[in-house]
Design a protein around this ligand. Structure first.
Ligand code: 5RP
Length: 233
């Protein structure tokens, strides 16, 4: 699994803390990335100890990990929504809880599952906290829409770069068969406005700005956690 951001101890502390939010009978959204993976493993240990839950994975990676951990799986199609979702983030705004996600190119399914949650809990290490979002925003696009969307992003003041695969020649292809444009906007003064502009651009499947969705961000430190709470919409 790709390692991004801060220390493994901080990520583990956040993930394991969040796994304790899950109750018997819950349907749980299983996020993607190295921090959410700690929550999935911790949930697997709780399942071994008798916890009765079903998981809804947000990616190929989280499905594989959940299977290894022995978490019974279901689909959003079957359950309609999840009780709690636990997912990582590439950056979060300390004050508003707005997020940038999609470092693992899984943000389309992540947003679908996280937005359906009764409680959406983000797990992060301290390197993800920001006073203002300025991380590149991943935008999943239909393969035929790469150039028109890049042009639209430029008109919004951004600079779109096609995400390249690391151990394959050519681009990253998402779990949905699409491409990812990493869009640099510098500091994002109005995340809700940019989110609307991106969402309404033809050819955009989903973007990595998660505005008004997080109920709580749990930031792991070396020996504890810090919790930020938000009123989600
Ligand atoms: C994947 C994501 C991840 O949750 C995000 O990239 C954080 O990953 P990590 O916990 O490994 O830093 O959005 O699409």
């Amino acid at each position: 699994m790709k390692q991004r951001g801060g220390s493994e101890t901080a990520k583990r502390n956040a993930g394991e803390y969040a796994a304790d939010y899950v109750d018997d009978g819950d349907v749980v959204g299983l996020g993607t990335g190295s921090t959410a993976a700690h929550a999935i493993r911790a949930l697997g240990r709780r399942v071994d100890a008798g916890l009765d839950i079903r998981g809804v994975p947000t990616s190929f990676q989280s499905r594989e990990l959940a299977r290894e951990a022995g978490i019974p799986l279901t689909t959003l199609d079957d359950v309609g929504g999840v009780d709690v979702a636990i997912d990582g983030a590439d950056q979060f705004d300390r004050e508003t809880g707005a997020l940038v996600k999609g470092g693992g190119a899984a943000h389309t399914r992540e947003k679908l599952v996280d937005a359906s949650a009764g409680r959406f809990v983000v797990v992060a290490d301290p390197s993800k906290a920001a006073a203002e979002l300025d991380h590149t925003v991943p935008v999943e696009v239909l393969p035929s829409a790469r150039r028109p969307v890049a042009t639209a992003v430029a008109e919004m003041g951004g600079d779109a770069t096609l995400r390249s695969a690391k151990r394959k020649d050519g681009p990253v292809v998402t779990d949905n068969g699409n491409l990812v444009l990493d869009c640099a906007f510098g500091a994002i003064a109005e995340p809700p406005a940019l989110a609307t502009d991106l969402s309404t651009t033809p050819g955009v499947v989903e973007h990595g700005l998660f505005v008004g969705l997080a109920d709580e961000v749990i930031v792991g430190t070396e020996d504890d956690v810090e919790r930020y709470r938000y009123a989600s919409e």
